[in-house]
Design a binder for this molecule. Structure first.
Ligand SMILES: Cc1ncc(COP(=O)(O)O)c(C=O)c1O
Length: 354
């Protein structure tokens, strides 16, 4: 269709955007999904609670403040509920932070490589993404991030996609050294990382972002939350959609927190299995595996093409994640599934690489 002298329909920063590419969600049965770091477990209590909540109440809007959920979060983490906000996945919390902290052209700094959504969200906002190279052993570039002193600094901690746990002292040095907001994205913290949560009482610029997608097995309902100073959290409330967390997600989140002990036991087993899988990849296949504090490992096959291995695994209905990006192209990120899933993965891998 010709539109002579018409103005562009889409903002240039959006028109030229490279959108975030999520991990594949396959259709059909029989897949072993080790590509998006989901939990392999859902507590039965969560399923019962969600089924019980599927009533005619669904015609009503949800609680805009997520009051029950925030009360439970306060009981669990000791952060006053006024300094907690819930979101439609932690992705929404990241979006809110970027909107609240960075205007057009403002810098958003993050360690690179990292969760690639950071860059996409910055571009959508027409802000200036500043990727800061990590060290050769995935060290957090604390001094470089401090030197940039961006209005918003994003740190996945433990780091994704390497799984590296950072030293608390480094995280604190960053929090103290940057004058803008520092968001610690602790999506994987329940699998062995250290938490920066205590910093929110010392540093008004610190926000800790969490998700229920990983340790609490709720990727499918989309639920995340953040803790921070009243000033920052209040700003996020002012810009969020009124009803950003739906009724069933709120119920699922409450039930998952009630099932804390069950999830803790399952996640401890995942950590043990992660370390065993890493050892097998190293000892049986000779792969390089980075130490991980998350529910995945980043592994580099020696003398084999990582992308080809991912494709061969997919032919056997096993998905792992390959990133065609600098520093990552020779590696695979492998989520830690159930025992039988990992046994099957290692068997099939053995038949592929010998
Ligand atoms: C580092 C990191 N942060 C945030 C997220 C998004 O989590 P959510 O499902 O809560 O949006 C992910 C998902 O993979 C992640 O890896």
């Amino acid at each position: 269709m010709i539109r002579p002298n018409a103005q562009p329909l889409i903002r240039p920063s959006v028109a030229s955007l490279h959108p975030y590419v999520p991990g594949e969600q396959p259709h059909g049965e029989g897949w072993i999904k080790l590509n998006t770091n989901e939990n392999w477990f859902v507590a039965p209590g969560v399923l019962h609670a969600v089924a019980a909540a599927a009533t005619s109440d669904l015609r009503r809007y949800p609680d805009a403040a997520c009051s029950d959920l925030r009360t439970r979060l306060e009981a669990r983490y000791g952060v006053p509920s006024a300094r907690t906000i819930c979101g439609n996945g932690s992705d929404e919390i990241l979006t809110l932070l970027i909107r609240a902290c960075a205007g057009e052209g403002d810098r958003i700094a993050y360690a690179d490589p990292s969760y690639s959504l950071y860059e996409t969200l910055a571009q959508i906002q027409n802000a200036a993404p500043v990727p800061v190279p990590m060290g050769p052993q995935w060290e957090l570039p604390v001094d470089d991030l401090i030197a940039i002193d961006a209005p918003l600094t994003l740190v996945a901690s433990p780091h994704a996609p390497s799984g590296t746990a950072f030293a608390l002292a480094d995280l604190e040095r960053l929090a103290a050294g940057v004058t803008g907001v520092v968001a610690f994205d602790e999506a994987y913290v329940d699998f062995g990382g250290v938490s920066a949560l205590a910093f929110i009482d010392r540093y008004p610029n610190v926000v800790v972002v969490r998700t229920m997608s990983k340790a609490f097995g709720l990727a499918g309902v989309r639920l995340g939350y953040a803790f921070g100073s009243a000033e920052v959290v209040d700003a996020l409330y002012r810009i969020k959609d009124s009803y950003n967390v739906d009724r069933l997600a709120q119920v699922a989140g409450c039930a998952a927190l009630d099932a804390w002990d069950e999830y803790a036991a399952v996640n401890r087993a995942t950590v043990t299995r992660r370390d065993a899988v890493a050892d097998t990849l190293r000892n049986r296949f000779g792969w390089h595996v980075w130490p991980s504090a998350a529910n995945f490992v980043l592994a580099t096959p020696e003398n084999a093409d990582a992308e080809v291995i991912a494709l061969r695994l997919k032919e056997e209905r096993i998905l792992v994640r390959h990133f065609a990006r600098p520093r990552l192209g020779r590696s695979l990120r492998i989520s830690i599934g159930s025992g039988p899933e990992m046994d099957r993965f290692l068997d099939v891998l053995g038949s592929i690489v010998g």
